[in-house]
Design a protein around this ligand. Sequence first.
Ligand code: ADP
Ligand code: 5GP
Length: 213
Amino acid sequence: MPDRRGLLIILSSPSGAGKSTLSRRLMAWDPTIAFSVSATTRRPRPGEVDGRDYHFLSEEEFKRAVAAGEMLEHAHVFGHFYGSPRAAVQEAIEAGKDVLFDIDWQGAQQIRNSALGLHTLSIFLLPPSIRELRRRLESRGQDSPEVIARRMQKSWDEISHWDGYDFVLINDDLDLTERRLITIVEATRLRRIQQPGLTEHVRRLHREFEEMT
Ligand code: ADP
Ligand code: 5GP
């Protein structure tokens, strides 16, 4: 049995608040953290690679996977289906690795309510202001003005679910947010429930205690 159980780390925010940036930084800090590559029915953006950024599926393929119980959670976001394949997550956490999810509030809620809910750490990122959120979406330069307008429209819907998360970070200064994110992950790894080896350790302490007294 590994020393610790893997955590399911969920990062949610309105689009443009910094999930992808902070996910990259968290995985650079600890490369053993596995990223849950979601499945989606939306088209790839320039530069996105199938199997690395997303598993790009047709709607039929996606619905088949859901019907077969292959998705840990799934949701309809911005007119497309998104979901987290279950097998990769199960494999990673059984090996004692954390898994990072960049998913919306619907997915976060479903995972929290699943059998893996006890091993979940959920973090919500808020932008410092709505003006700055729009500036970040525009400066990312990946989406058309129409897509940006749609994402801005949806941002309040996502923000309104901020209070369902364990932690909330205002992503103003990027370095500070990164440091806080790492602190939260380090502390949560030490939760009793994440350390299956503790019972055996205490048993050993007890045997030693009995021998010495
Ligand atoms: P999301 O994944 O939530 O849609 P991104 O991580 O793609 O958001 O960030 C959107 C844009 O904002 C990117 O261009 C990124 O470099 C920038 N960004 C992220 N965090 C900050 C921050 N704290 N300060 C300034 N710019 C940021
Ligand atoms: P994007 O199209 O910008 O990559 O993602 C759009 C939204 O879908 C983001 O809020 C992102 O967090 C969410 N998302 C991405 N993958 C999943 C997933 O597997 N499940 C759910 N519920 N949401 C996802």
